[in-house]
Design a protein around this ligand. Sequence first.
Ligand SMILES: *Cc1c(COP(=O)(O)O)cnc(C)c1O
Length: 358
Amino acid sequence: MDKRIINMLHTRTSRLQPGDSIQEPLVATSIYHLPAEPAPDRIYGRLTNPTVQAAEERLAVLEDAPTLLFASGMAAYHGVFMATLKAGDTVLLLSDGYYAVRHLMDAFLEQFDVRLQTCPARDISSVPLDGIKLVVIESPTNPLLDIIDIAALAKRSRAAGCLLAVDNTVCTALMQQPLDLGADIVLSADTKAASGHSDVLIGHVSSRDEALMERVHSARTLGGGIAGPFEAWLLLRGLETLDVRLERMCSNAQAVHAVLDNHRAVMSLHFPIEPHPQMSRSGFLISVNFADQKTAECFIENSGVFLPATSFGGLHSSADRRQRWGDEVDAGFLRLSIGCEPREQLVSAVQKALDSLT
Ligand SMILES: *Cc1c(COP(=O)(O)O)cnc(C)c1O
């Protein structure tokens, strides 16, 4: 992976001419100079854009696969669904996966006779895949941080003749490479850690199946879901520091976990101290259960560091009480996203907030 990271950071280097900007230019245009026969790709901004292509090229290096950027993580899902599904097909989703995906299915795709089947992450290894067209999973799941063995599921999917798509938002390509583990498609909400500054909505789809990617591109062009150049540029900027940020966020998470672990105010904790072999690090999400809603909210407030916000993967630590969104968890359940704050201050803020609860 380190080699992919270096190559990603230097995709532009070998092409530089004297006087070129070292940083990728932000090209804000909807149209291109088209005097005679249309150029094959640069026709119109809904098909592609140089800044979007620059970000796609870098993600393609990390994923080791052709990649297309979308206006958000959900737009990426929409592109994959449009490209892969037809009436009569069945999609298997996690009942404890990202909620909006199930909602997109039952609010819109079911009316076109695309059928939805769901199961919790912990049951997916035993659910029969016969008759399923597309399986979409996340690992680790969110907010309970359950792990699904991607390689084993990819093998079963292949045998059953269905496509496996992995939403790799939580890990990013730096911590987990689902395509290398046998998945057909990677989806990512780069809105989260990949961009990392909580200032942009953007997503991507990667696959080594070129015919499939052609359909995804068509779905994007005709559906109008391409990312804007400024958003792509913000993502490019985020990718430059992704490795450094993840290193800090993940080691901060280890330190915060150590403080939470065994504290009498904490009822239960979810965090893989030792990462699963398919992940290079344990991640930056910690799920923690307090006695009730009030205790959880006091913890956030008294810490002075956790921003009460949904979403995750930003520079700043944040906390989300998941029951308010309908997750099947207790009222005192928080998903913590650990950020890049200086470790000692972060740890002592968490310690102080915990001690204030008892
Ligand atoms: C946020 C998120 C999405 C959706 O991404 P948007 O950019 O908000 O559309 C999809 N999957 C997961 C796991 C997410 O966390």
